[in-house]
Design a protein around this ligand. Structure first.
Ligand SMILES: Cc1ncc(C[n+]2csc(CCOP(=O)(O)OP(=O)(O)O)c2C)c(N)n1
Ligand SMILES: [Mg+2]
Length: 338
């Protein structure tokens, strides 16, 4: 078994033939997530979406930059802040919106809601309400791939708050010890609910914690989709080539409160404004215009994604509620449907 401890992060040429990202496509994918969530805010305020709602606004570059590198047979595990990951993975937007509204046409037939999006056809294994809960799932998926001799990668997204959980340490240890193909993708947005990282962790250099498990680990600028794309390309290639785990920290920021219930009193408004100056959509828009992409192409992208979100809302609104006589389905095994 090859140990990864002293391996330098390789400088490789993308072997999928792409010399770099399709910047306009990345922009459009981030915009889709942004517009989708803006619509979710309206639907939540109108009482159409209920329960918890955690927005990814400000963090879109992470899911989009990372998931652009996955093959269809790779797997994704996300957190309760999962809309962006689901959409960037290609989970159909209509059924995602239907799930938000608790409808029968939702990806989990309305039983999961915002925090528990799940879609087996795209190997999107949730959405998880438990902080750190996805980490052992990702290790299990990767163990299955290792035992079956498949060269698949499992990407596991989690917040920096999850790194204080026992599950993080257990998962890192097993993945390193058994040399499992997991990309541990930490979205460090500096806060776990209202608790700032430096108020809860003695070691705030997160790759250092990962390196303690002999896992290659580094950081990237999570606000710049091109930086995420490049860092993730190397990370995904290293996982696939070595068959072992890699840890990547994306330094990011959420522009909205932790959830729609959070009054957001623990951070300075000036801090939020400072980060908004590095809005990933703004940065990418500036990059595209500097590369002489005509502004009309950006406007067209906005028109396309807005139409896509409109259609998703119409699909979700038109869908029915789960029939009452099926409410016990999946509660006991006898009632399970395929
Ligand atoms: C095991 C567990 N403990 C506590 C909570 C309550 N909780 C929900 S979100 C959250 C903060 C997690 O922060 P982080 O991992 O940084 O993710 P972020 O919300 O910043 O994306 C906490 C403590 C929970 N859901 N699960
Ligand atoms: Mg956090």
């Amino acid at each position: 078994m090859t140990r990864t401890r002293d391996r330098a992060v390789p400088e490789t040429t993308p072997r999928d033939g792409r010399s770099g990202p399709d910047h306009l496509a990345l922009y459009e994918r981030m915009l889709l997530i942004r517009r989708f969530e803006e619509r979710c805010v309206e639907l939540y305020s109108a009482g159409r979406i209920r329960g918890f709602l955690h927005l990814y606004i400000g963090e879109e570059a992470v899911a989009v930059g990372v998931l652009d590198h996955l093959r269809d047979d790779d797997a994704v595990v996300a957190t309760y802040r999962d809309h962006g990951h689901a959409l960037a993975r290609g989970v159909p937007i209509g059924p995602v919106m239907a799930e938000m509204l608790g409808k029968d046409a939702g990806v989990c037939r309305g039983r999961g809601g915002s925090m528990h999006l799940f879609h087996a056809p795209t190997r999107f294994y949730g959405g998880n309400g438990i902080v750190g809960g996805g980490l052992p799932l990702a290790v299990g998926l990767a163990l299955a791939d290792r035992l079956a001799g498949r060269d698949r990668v499992t990407v596991c997204f989690f917040g920096e708050g999850a790194m204080a959980e026992g599950e993080f340490h257990e998962s890192m240890n097993l993945a390193a010890l058994w040399h499992l193909p997991v990309l541990f993708l930490c979205e460090n947005n500096l806060y776990a609910m209202g608790t700032a990282l430096e108020r809860s962790e003695s070691e705030t250099n997160l790759p250092v914690k990962a390196a303690a498990y002999e896992v290659p680990a580094w950081s990237c600028d999570g606000m710049d989709v091109a930086a995420v794309w490049e860092a993730a390309r190397r990370a995904v290639e290293l996982v696939r080539d070595s068959g072992g785990p890699v840890f990547l920290e994306a330094k990011t920021y959420r522009f909205r409160a932790h959830s729609m219930f959070d009054p957001d009193r623990y951070r300075d408004k000036g801090e939020v404004e400072h980060w908004r100056e590095r809005d990933p959509l703004l940065l990418q828009r500036t990059r595209l215009l500097a590369a002489d992409v005509p502004e009309v192409e950006l406007t067209d992208a906005d028109t396309r994604v807005s139409a896509e979100v409109d259609a998703a809302v119409a699909f979700a609104e038109a869908a029915g509620d789960e029939p009452v006589d099926e409410l016990l389905t999946f509660v006991t095994s006898e009632g399970a449907r395929s």
